[in-house]
Design a protein around this ligand. Structure first.
Ligand code: ATP
Length: 322
């Protein structure tokens, strides 16, 4: 392989920039040319590709977002379009592609390899930490800390006004952010898509808290869940029960900001490792981290398996609150 390409795809996450920097510098140091693809698969299919030199990745290690931009590209779900994409890569002399993104982006990479033979390596770039086979994803730690900073402030108001606040964090299908945020902010309750819960349980928990004389302020962390509007529905229910609750949707604030030291180190390690694997002839894998060791996981496994939530975290938050 004389040249490789790198792209970021799906929702952006803090740490994508240090990952791009690491991929670029690791490849250049081994005499391999590097191309950046703008806007993920959207840029690939129109040939929005440029050569990355070392200076292009100067001063980005500390920056949130992605210098390569990111996008969602429906057209890439069409096999014909994926064949066109492969032709574009070949025209540029690109012998391998590194895709930094979530499970959707990694699925696209897997299909590209299987249908066209273009070697691909994935990197887990998502704040959600919901990718099977890796303990951690690039951006999760930053998102966790961003959410905590916000919630610590909300708690001041919750205490002053003796109010409950329902704080919604990201996680449509997974409660990985919510469970960790919940433990770290001392939440009264955590609501995640993986664990059934009823409105009665919520009302009961809050009533108990009041009965035990522990005041009526508190933070309930809610993962956004598959159906929009859950947090507002919960607030309405509490109101019916005679308890007013403030609602705060943290939203996209969780996706931005300077990557934490942890995410910068993770992104740098995984980026360089992705290049090593690609140049060693590996393909169709994601490079992740398991028990503090860099590991390769087949992309197929990631597509077929859901990363389980650690239910102990949700229980722990409740235990620590008693
Ligand atoms: P995040 O969930 O963190 O936002 P993601 O990578 O999972 O990241 P998606 O919107 O699911 O985000 O996917 C990003 C892009 O990957 C899609 O817009 C599409 O271009 C490509 N992709 C997703 N699923 C497929 C698929 N089944 N086949 C081909 N390409 C896909």
């Amino acid at each position: 392989i004389n040249a490789i390409a790198v792209m970021t795809s799906g929702g952006d996450s803090p740490g994508m920039n240090p990952a791009i920097r690491s991929v670029t510098r690791a490849a250049l140091n081994q005499g391999v040319r590097v191309f950046g693809i703008n806007r993920g698969y959207s840029g690939l299919i129109i040939g929005d590709i440029f050569e990355l030199k070392s200076r292009n990745v100067t001063n980005i290690v500390q920056r949130g977002g992605t210098i390569l931009k990111s996008d969602r590209c429906e057209a890439f779900k069409d096999p014909v379009v994926r064949h066109q994409a492969a032709e574009i890569l070949k025209e540029h002399g690109i012998g391998g592609l590194i895709v930094i993104g979530g499970d959707g982006s990694l699925t696209g990479a897997h299909l590209l390899f299987h249908e066209t033979g273009i070697p691909v390596i994935g990197l887990p770039g998502t704040i959600d930490n919901d990718i099977y086979g890796t303990d951690d994803t690039i951006g999760f730690d930053t998102a966790l800390n961003t959410a905590l900073e916000a919630i610590d402030k909300i708690r001041d108001t919750a205490i002053s006004h003796e109010r409950i606040f329902l704080v919604e964090v990201m996680g449509r299908n997974s409660g990985h952010i919510a469970s960790q945020v919940g433990v770290a902010c001392g939440a009264e309750m955590i609501i995640v898509p993986e664990i059934d819960f009823t409105l009665e349980t919520l009302s009961f928990t809050l009533a108990n808290q009041r009965a035990e004389g522990r005041g009526s302020s508190g933070i309930i962390v809610v993962a956004e869940g598959p159906r929009p509007g859950l947090t507002y529905r919960l607030a309405r229910q509490l109101e019916i029960d005679g308890q007013t609750a403030g609602v705060c949707i943290l939203g996209h604030i969780q996706r931005g900001g300077q990557p934490t030291g942890h995410d910068r180190v993770l992104a740098s390690c995984l980026g360089a490792a992705a290049v090593t694997y690609l140049l060693a002839g590996e393909t169709d894998i994601m490079v992740g981290i398991k028990n503090s060791k860099i590991t390769a996981i087949p992309l197929l496994d990631i597509m077929e398996q859901k990363k389980p939530l650690n239910p102990e975290l949700v229980q722990l938050a409740q235990l620590l609150h008693k």
